[in-house]
Ligand binder design. Structure first.
Ligand SMILES: Cc1cc2nc3c(=O)[nH]c(=O)nc-3n(C[C@H](O)[C@H](O)[C@H](O)COP(=O)(O)O)c2cc1C
Ligand SMILES: O=C(O)C(=O)c1ccccc1
Length: 388
């Protein structure tokens, strides 16, 4: 869609004639403060908070601030192309909805609302293993819109294998394996609020519908939800995994496999050695290791190491169009958006997520145009300087 940005700007200014009483925020910080107003402490801090003293959350934002765009002039940017190709799949924009679990704590329609917003825009939705709605229900609501599945690799291999098989059967076209969360981090707000959604049975929709999970319960999850939750807590993560285990994934799915949570170039090299199809540079939005390197800081050296043999995606800290342009210019093929979508969901459900994503894409398009860049796939480091 050419000139997506101008189009969205025009739509906004059109409302000058007929002010819209339900108008949604444009300013990122306002989405967050509106979400704060509608959510209770527990859910709000679960989403907005990070690990420990939130120093990695801050590092994510600071890393973006250190890189500056150096716009180029007279480049004929009348037509722009934001499309990308990853693993033989073409997408209209370099934007994915990050895998986010337990969305029922944010909005009753949860993942179904987010997935529908993505389907309407052609933004691929990455469904979390820890969704409240099952992956099949999410798939059904999306029709044939693009979607990937994120695997939390359960300690029970039958459950992991079953998730992979179900994802393939319900039309997900790649598997994102999240490696940085074999257990929940030290999250001070959640401990202070004594709030963990799973312990009240939220976010286990894929498990209670899984035959391999249910086979280990004395009664059905409906009859004995407490036993289901207790078993979930036992098998959710697997602290004993090693690189040798990657072959298990290959044996159980034909879909492309991407590893999420890579921050070290040696781990990127190992991912290549083990034949995975892509990696996602991420520190989980600063929610796992407090003091970990900012995700954008980790990106350039990892892209140098991988040198285009497999696609590198990134997330953690993208808030505005220029952040996304910087990540792509530093070598990411595409980016994942986390909290901004969740604030949209809190404020206005499906419409909120759709508006957040539309605004972000419009901002990317306009930032590209004004920087003299025609195509996302041609962005490179020459567009940026690093300021110390
Ligand atoms: C509330 C919440 C739940 C999340 N759940 C998952 C999850 O289930 N699986 C996963 O791989 N990542 C999960 N993440 C991490 C996101 O996929 C993503 O890495 C992170 O949000 C990106 O950073 P950002 O929020 O700064 O955009 C979650 C993040 C949040 C905020
Ligand atoms: O909260 C998270 O960051 C997260 O990744 C997660 C982990 C387990 C279940 C749901 C979400």
């Amino acid at each position: 869609m050419p000139n997506f940005g101008n189009h969205v700007q025009f739509d906004v200014y059109k409302t000058m004639a007929h002010p819209d009483p339900d108008r949604l925020p444009v300013v990122y910080e306002e989405w967050e403060s509106r979400a704060r107003e509608v959510l209770q402490d527990g859910p709000f801090y679960y989403v907005a908070g990070g690990a420990g003293g939130e120093r990695t959350m801050k590092a994510n934002l600071q890393a973006f601030d250190r890189w500056k765009i150096v716009p180029r002039m007279l480049q004929n940017v009348e037509e722009r192309d934001l499309s990308i190709e990853i693993l033989g799949q073409t997408f209209a924009y370099p934007v994915f909805h990050a895998p986010i679990g337990v969305q029922s704590i944010i909005h009753p329609a949860g993942e179904l609302a987010s997935a529908q917003a993505c389907a309407a825009l052609g933004v691929p939705y990455i469904a979390s293993s820890a969704s409240t709605h099952s992956m099949e229900d999410i798939a059904r609501t999306m029709g044939d819109a693009p979607r990937w599945f994120q695997l939390y690799w359960s300690k029970n291999p039958d459950i992991a294998a079953s998730f992979l098989q179900r994802a393939e059967a319900s039309g997900y076209s790649a598997i994102v394996v999240t490696l940085d969360t074999p257990m929940m981090a030290w999250r001070e707000f959640d401990l202070k609020n004594v709030y963990l959604p799973f312990l009240i049975g939220e976010g286990i929709g894929n498990y209670v519908t899984d035959p391999a999970f249910c086979a280990n319960l004395p009664k059905s999850p409906q009859e004995d939800p407490t036993a289901a939750i207790a078993y979930w807590a036992q098998i959710f993560g697997n602290m004993s995994l090693t690189w040798q285990d990657i072959s298990f994934l290959r044996e159980h799915t034909k879909l492309p496999i991407l590893l999420k949570g890579i921050l070290h170039p040696d781990d990127a090299r190992r991912a290549l050695d083990h034949g995975v199809d892509g990696i996602i540079v991420s520190n989980h939005g600063g929610r796992q290791v407090d003091g970990a390197i900012g995700a954008l800081d980790a990106l350039p050296v990892i892209c140098d190491t991988v040198s285009d043999r497999i696609p590198v995606l990134m997330d953690s800290g993208i808030r505005r169009g220029s952040d996304l342009v910087k990540a792509i210019a530093l070598g990411a093929k595409a980016t994942l958006i986390g909290r901004p979508c969740m604030y949209g969901l809190a404020v206005a459900g499906e419409r909120g997520v759709k508006t957040v994503l539309q605004h972000l894409i419009a901002d990317v398009d306009i930032t590209m145009a004004l920087s003299g860049q025609r195509a996302v796939r041609d962005l490179n480091r020459a567009l940026l300087v690093e300021s110390k």
